[in-house]
Write a protein of this length. Structure first.
Length: 131
């Protein structure tokens, strides 16, 4: 799995609380800049442009893996996939990779939901992070 800043920092006991706050602040700033950049891209070149694929993908990964906001992350990942399909076509490797990423996350969510419904999450020490 990819190394995500907050996940790496939050997972270590020796990381100073101040450093964790700085990391979260930097990620918040990154989201702000990605959203601003996306707005400018859309104004300049239109709603469907190749750069938007990667902007939404980056936003989706930050929301899912760093902020643990799966709903908002999936919104951006879905948008990334929609743009890739519109630009390249549904059979293009980029569009297929975006669909596969969304499927992987939803599969993990389903697995976590089943574990919860069966009471297995408590036996396993709580719900696992989406990887």
């Amino acid at each position: 799995s990819r190394a995500h800043l907050l996940k790496r920092l939050m997972g270590t006991q020796e990381t100073a609380p101040d450093l964790k706050m700085v990391a979260k602040s930097l990620l918040n700033r990154a989201v702000e800049l990605f959203l601003r950049a996306e707005s400018m891209l859309v104004q300049c070149v239109g709603e469907f442009n190749e750069k938007s694929i990667y902007t939404h993908s980056n936003l989706g990964e930050i929301y899912v893996y760093d902020f643990h906001d799966v709903r908002q992350g999936l919104v951006h990942l879905r948008r990334s996939c929609d743009v890739a399909e519109r630009i390249f076509g549904v059979d293009h490797p980029c569009a297929q990779a975006k669909r596969k990423q969304i499927q992987s996350i939803t599969d993990q969510l389903m697995q976590m939901q089943m574990q919860h419904l069966l009471g297995l999450d408590e036996q396993l020490g709580g719900a696992a992070d989406v990887e």
